[in-house]
Design a protein. Structure first.
Length: 152
């Protein structure tokens, strides 16, 4: 009698059991990380009650370093509620994410290109695109230079 091996030498049913166990572990890990984030945001809420920004009354690298991660979290409705439910954290996020320089950085984000990308077809990879100089909303003049490159 011939037998068919599925997923190596393990029957498919045992693979499903492992997957369910792994899913349960990941759910527990997710819940723990959610609690950790809530604790951290509670600390930030207290800190931002005393100051406009994380390190005081001026925008600093402390705030800047949080922008990419906070932006990622706020893009998901589940974690966005954690920001919005805290008055001071919500105010801080609105202030820092509303800065012209951050808005400009967000315009530079794009999904990875594929081999069917129009610019790849036209042989435009690696060409530079110069954009006009402007101020960043805080009196700092910037020269905008975008490198059109392929992301992997």
């Amino acid at each position: 009698m011939a037998s068919v091996k599925v997923f190596g030498s393990q029957p498919a049913a045992s693979q499903t059991k492992v997957s369910a166990q792994k899913e349960e572990e990941m759910l527990k890990l997710f819940e723990q990380r959610k609690k950790d984030l809530e604790k951290l945001l509670d600390i930030y809420e207290q800190r931002l009650e005393e100051a406009t920004f994380l390190a005081g009354d001026n925008f600093t690298i402390a705030d800047l370093s949080h922008l990419p991660y906070a932006d990622h979290l706020v893009s998901d409705p589940r974690s966005r509620r954690m920001f919005e439910s805290r008055k001071n954290v919500s105010r801080w996020w609105h202030d820092v994410s509303g800065r012209d320089t951050w808005k400009y950085v967000k315009t530079l984000q794009r999904p990875p290109s594929t081999s069917t990308d129009a610019s790849a077809k036209n042989g435009q990879l690696g060409q530079q695109q110069h954009l006009p100089s402007s101020t960043d909303g805080h009196g700092v003049k910037t020269q905008r230079l975008v490198q059109n490159e392929r992301h992997f």
